[in-house]
Design a protein around this ligand. Structure first.
Ligand code: SAM
Length: 420
């Protein structure tokens, strides 16, 4: 697969043609944000078409954008600012350590290690760690004592890791295994740095959750693939790995943690069969889910637009809360601009403050503006954590109503949010 251009054959099995599930139109890269006040200039927008392979059933994006454009040195995303992610990576360590019985000599390599949030747990546990991260967030990890190489993971870095650090007992890839082009080459590269009894743990946004809760907003160019357990199994087995344990985890609105190894030493747990059976029930081992999903996405867009129109017609001010990557797809697909949403508010310290939303003139500002201005309604762009967000915003003094855009757009009155 070219790392910059249309995807014309399945990224895993090479089958062509692929079937269309949905076309969201053209979208900008979700983490490219212009500074407020900078003149509007030319921007790259890429087609966002969701496709499915009729053979291995991998759901995938129809266009691969250049990774250097998607993950530039000033990539603003930091794992450590999200509580759910911090807790999840701490829990990953608690789950994996007894299973693998890692020793002080064992090396743990994290691909897409970002600010080192995942690896810090292994470092504190007394193991050797190495992060691989192409953006400048690697400096945050280094400042916390997490050895990190500022580079893209691939065949070349795998050779260098083996030569300089030896083989890894564990390789982790959280929210990056769906992001890297040439997936077959990447799985081989991962295999090449593992010890004979080494384990690979991936965490990816999970197709079953995406489909069930209409999470079209997670469709963007960083996500080249939308994994089911079936498609992951197909991919990993092509390279001699077997999946021996899986766990659904709450990150990003529903993800799946998958343990795989080439060693027979790990017995396959019942969790694997259970999840495969659930996917069969939902039709994910075929394409029966696709037309309904498409209809639900379109209905959701129309309903959100109608709801916002009603509030604007009454003269309301609507602010939005938080600018996760997924917010970019939502505002661009639904067609929200600064005439509809005055601003997007982020917590203090976010690297997104002082920028415009990708592809839009909506400014991202600091959250204190919410309590000073008290707009009538706020749109929750991090809707997948809406319950927690509504309580926190109300606790901090916000007295207006909440708009939860997905899966079905709805208004939650401030009075209905119980603060304990
Ligand atoms: N693993 C972290 C987490 O789960 O919070 C960060 C996930 S973030 C969505 C994806 C990260 O992968 C970014 O920090 C990005 O710079 C990095 N990345 C992208 N392509 C990569 C590659 N080929 N090798 C290593 N890291 C990569």
């Amino acid at each position: 697969m070219s790392t910059n251009g249309p995807v014309t054959a399945c990224q895993i099995c090479g089958h062509s043609p692929l079937a269309q599930v949905l076309f969201l139109g053209y979208l900008p890269p979700v983490n490219t944000m212009r500074p407020i006040g900078a003149p509007h200039d030319l921007e790259s927008w890429f087609p966002a078409e969701l496709l499915q392979c009729p053979v291995c059933h991998l759901v995938q994006l129809g266009f691969a954008a250049d990774p250097a454009v998607l993950f530039p040195p000033d990539y603003p995303y930091t794992s450590g600012t999200t509580r759910i992610l911090r807790e999840n990576f701490a829990e990953l360590y608690r789950e994996a350590q007894p299973m693998l019985k890692l020793t002080a000599q064992d090396l743990v390599v994290d691909i897409g290690s970002n600010d080192g949030t995942l690896l810090k747990n292994f470092l504190t546990g007394g193991h050797r760690v190495l992060g691989i991260e192409p953006s400048l967030t690697s400096n945050l990890a280094l400042a916390d004592g997490v050895e990190t190489w500022m580079t893209f993971f691939g065949k070349d870095s795998a050779v260098r890791i083996s030569a300089e650090k030896g083989k890894a007992r564990l390789v982790t890839a959280a929210n990056v295994f769906a992001h890297i082009p040439d997936i077959n080459g990447i799985v081989e590269a991962i295999g090449s740095i593992l010890t004979d009894d080494g384990v690979f743990i991936s965490e990816s946004h999970y197709l079953l959750d995406l489909v069930k809760t209409v999470q079209y907003d997670t469709i963007y160019h960083e996500h080249l693939r939308y994994y089911s357990l079936h498609s992951l199994k197909y991919l990993l087995e092509l390279h001699g790995f077997h999946i021996f344990h899986v766990k659904r985890i709450p990150t990003h609105g529903g993800s799946v943690r998958v343990y795989a190894s080439r060693s027979p030493k790990y017995r396959v747990r019942a969790s694997v069969e259970r999840l495969l059976a659930l996917e069969v029930k939902a039709g994910l081992n075929g394409d029966s889910w696709a037309p309904t999903f498409r209809d639900r996405v379109i209905a959701s867009k129309l309903k959100l637009y109608a709801l916002l129109k009603k509030l604007k017609t009454k003269g309301q001010h609507i602010y939005a809360i938080s600018a996760p990557s997924r917010a970019s797809t939502l505002v661009n697909y639904v067609g929200l601009d600064d005439g509809i949403i005055d601003c997007v508010l982020e917590i203090s310290g976010s690297k997104k403050i002082g920028k415009y939303m990708p592809g839009r003139g909506i400014p991202v500002l600091e959250e204190s503006k919410l309590y000073a201005d008290q707009p009538e309604s706020v749109l929750l762009l991090a809707w997948h954590i809406a319950d927690e967000l509504m309580i926190n915003l109300k606790k901090r003094g916000y007295s207006g109503d909440f708009i939860v855009p997905l899966p079905v757009p709805r208004i939650v009155k401030n009075d209905a949010v119980a603060v304990v």
